[in-house]
Design a binder for this molecule. Sequence first.
Ligand code: GTP
Length: 220
Amino acid sequence: MGNLRYGIDVGMVDRIAREVRELHNNKGLEVCMVIGGGNIFRGVLGAAYGMHRAAADNIGMLATIMNSIAFQTSLEKLGVKTRVMSAISMPTICEAYIRRKAIRHLEKRRVVICAAGSGNPYFTTDTAAILRALEMECELLLKATKVAGVYDSDPQKNPKAVFFDKLSYKDVLDKNLKVMDQTAITLAQENNIPIYVFSLEEEGNLEKVLSKEGRCSIIS
Ligand code: GTP
């Protein structure tokens, strides 16, 4: 969304794409992405009011496909090969998500962008991200946010919010910390995948976090 009220800020998408290219090219990592849809969903929030949750979630999943295509375009402008794979079949626009095919794309040095969440209403993008990370046998999940990591309360509202460098899945669940929904955290906990929560607001932070120079909260 960048500085827009809703929609796609191409300048912002390009900037994030440059950061992902660094990871992919310079660090040689295999990168799989799951992108949300809140920036677009915000524009239809009025219409979603009073809708059945399943219908609103379907709109949200379609929004993630738009974002995935926009991100693919930005990455390919930079010369990074990508494949968008959607959990909702949309054969004229992108490939369907097939786990073994997604892994093959990674092996061939393509960035895989997983669109349409898990393809089911009632499940968040965060839950879909954990699910894909497990299916793709990712070593870790990086959760990009607008704040430096996990706090005991919203740091944008409470200047005295306490920051956590490290915490357990149980801490997140017991303290009801709002970093991810409980379904996502429970799935991560059951399968022991570490989650790094970091801010995308500061340019270059993604690389710093992976080189252990940047600030982030580690949930493990
Ligand atoms: P390899 O089998 O590893 O060569 O994979 P590939 O993705 O290069 O080969 P493929 O011939 O499957 O894909 C060529 C292009 O078509 C790529 O840009 C794919 O993203 C795209 N593509 C593949 N399957 C579909 C599909 O079902 N729908 C759409 N819209 N595009 C697809």
